[in-house]
Ligand binder design. Structure first.
Ligand code: DQA
Length: 143
């Protein structure tokens, strides 16, 4: 199973950014934790992070024919990026939306996700565990 794990703007600063909300681990530490998780042993995982909307869309385009699933934490793009939404639809890679924090208990603008309805599921408020919950959904429910 080939899985893309994409993180959007400002997630490269995990570990130093609002640690009270996002925790003290860096993105590299989280990615390594995912990679070494026993549920991920047989997966071919490709990680990507960018602060640029266009680069994330280009990455989806170039992997659209060779990926089975995509897990994406689009950061703030979640709340307004119709281009990202269109890319998810256009690329036809089944996608799960993930947020480390509970976006439904924060500022009002974070409650809105313009990609939610084109994703299989939205997972939020579970920290790094959210990525594994998504992997479990893929495995158990064969979404
Ligand atoms: C986030 C929530 C977003 O609102 C925010 O802009 C982020 C991170 C999360 O993981 O909780 O950058 O996606």
């Amino acid at each position: 199973m080939r899985i893309l794990i994409i993180n959007g703007p400002n997630l490269n600063l995990l570990g130093e950014r609002e640690t009270n909300i996002y925790g003290s681990e860096t993105l590299d530490q989280i990615n390594n934790w995912i990679l070494n998780h026993e549920l991920c042993k047989d997966f071919d995982i490709k990680f990507f992070q960018s602060n640029s909307e266009g680069k994330i869309i280009d990455f989806l385009h170039s992997n659209r024919k060779n990926s089975d699933y995509c897990l994406i934490n689009p950061g703030a793009l979640t709340h307004y990026s119709y281009s990202l939404r269109d890319a998810i639809v256009a690329c036809q890679i089944p996608t799960i939306e993930i947020h480390l924090s509970d976006i439904h208990k924060r500022e009002n603008f974070r409650k809105i996700s313009v990609i939610k309805s084109v994703c299989l599921e939205q997972i939020y408020g579970r920290g790094k565990e959210g990525y594994i919950i998504a992997i479990k959904r893929i495995l158990e429910e064969k979404l």
